[in-house]
Design a protein around this ligand. Structure first.
Ligand code: NAP
Ligand code: F7E
Length: 351
């Protein structure tokens, strides 16, 4: 029987996916709890549209300070929130950065997941039924050639990917050992206008639109030859929810089935801006990875057949959506610059 008042706990709620998922679950009538890590600046910007003061009547979104590095905080949040569904989305999710911060990435991504699973095991012993989603990644397939599906061997190529693979197996082991309802989603790249600005798609759309409006001159990138199966984040969080509504826990690949190179993304985005990217893009070796993942293209037949999931936003629509959004942002920045405010270009030095 469905839970009369479904309650979800989301780690990583302040991230791209966390914000889309929180919106989706609120629209379905859930009470949503989210884990937020303490920072010296506000890090809840992506939640601004849905945040309501918890003192207000009818508020259904609650935020708790916690960290994947701190098992005690996770245990307390799980016990306080009493969730029927848990979505573990928190991660140091930048592949290039994971080479610079390998131990930290492993701690948050792999051991952090284990800490949360331990909290869930303890919570489940109280008799409250709970379902758990683990945010796995196509990076776990790494060097295995495309198309990749649930049967493809894993071959991770970064500390991030190794950490995600450990988390995947921790989740699988806890499902089998303790008969918990735990699913592994293996999601291919998904983007949006909320994507972090150091991932290549958003880095490109932010920079080209700023170049278009005269706010920036150059865009520095790494390897333009790798290809990715890029989908829309709004579509992908629906698949996460669908996985937790199934009668049995299982693992699913979620992907569009189409792959494009970074160069193709650049060309389409530049066309939309009316720019020739070759005049503005330079390569900088700092954005290369010691080991690269050359080609990812997912086969999500199982998710399509079993969950009834299909992506709604096409690649061309995704690029257009991101460019149009960032053009508006650049326009706002130009207005500020014209009024004498200092407008900083951050994309030049990061990610
Ligand atoms: P994201 O935008 O980088 O968000 C990551 C979230 O994790 C943020 O809320 C971040 O908090 C939080 N976080 C980081 N370190 C933490 C810590 N030590 N303790 C608690 N929270 C912490 O990532 P995303 O794109 O939304 O992806 C969501 C999840 O799916 C991640 O696990 C990612 O690895 C995985 N994934 C993503 C994709 C993709 O293409 N987007 C594909 C496959 C898998 P702050 O806001 O404070 O930084
Ligand atoms: O790189 C190349 C780079 O950082 C994509 C994360 O969400 O998806 C994401 O990981 C490609 C790579 O994403 C730059 O070398 C070129 O080949 O946007 P990205 P990612 O590494 O695929 C997976 C599924 C996740 O799970 C991760 O959490 O683009 N590239 N030049 C560049 N990438 C970046 N970031 N910056 C560049 O300047």
């Amino acid at each position: 029987m469905p839970d009369p008042q479904p309650t979800a706990l989301i780690t990583g709620i302040t991230g791209q996916d966390g914000s889309f998922l929180a919106e989706l679950l609120l629209s379905k009538g859930y009470i949503v709890h989210g884990v937020v890590r303490r920072a010296s600046t506000f890090n809840t910007e992506r939640l601004d549209a849905i945040y309501a003061d918890p003192h207000e009547l009818g508020a259904r979104l609650y935020l708790h300070y916690g960290d994947m590095a701190d098992g005690a905080s996770l245990r307390k949040i799980v016990a306080d929130a009493q969730p029927s569904e848990i979505y573990n989305l928190a991660a140091q999710s930048h592949v290039r950065v994971s080479f610079d911060q390998a131990q930290y990435t492993a701690d948050v991504v792999a051991t952090g997941t284990l800490r949360l699973l331990e909290a869930v095991r303890e919570y489940a012993q109280s008799g409250r039924p709970v379902r758990f989603y683990q945010a796995g990644s196509s990076e776990m397939f790494g060097a295995s050639p495309p198309p990749q599906n649930e049967a493809t061997p894993f071959y991770p190529r970064s500390p991030y990917a190794v950490g995600k693979l450990a988390a995947h197996w921790f989740a699988t082991n806890y499902r089998e050992a303790y008969r918990l309802f735990i699913v592994n989603g293996i999601l291919f790249n998904h983007e949006s206008e909320r994507r972090g600005e150091t991932f290549v798609t958003r880095k490109i759309t932010r920079a080209l639109t700023r170049i278009k409006l005269g706010l920036q001159e150059k865009l520095y990138l790494g390897n333009l030859d790798s290809s990715r199966d890029w989908g829309y984040a709004g579509d992908f969080v629906e698949a996460m929810w669908m996985m937790l509504q199934q009668p049995q826990p299982d693992d699913y690949v979620v992907a569009t089935g189409e792959s494009h190179s970074v160069r193709e993304f650049l060309t389409i985005a530049a066309d939309r801006c009316g720019l020739d990217w070759k005049k503005h893009v330079e390569t900088d070796p700092r954005y290369l990875r010691p080991t690269e993942v050359d080609a990812l293209c997912g086969d999500s037949s199982k998710a399509r057949t079993t969950l009834g999931w299909t992506p709604k936003v096409s690649f061309a629509e995704l690029v257009a959506m991101m460019v149009d959004h960032d053009l508006e942002l650049a326009q706002q920045e130009r207005t500020l610059a014209e009024a004498g405010h200092k407008v900083v270009s951050r994309g030049l030095s990061h990610g």
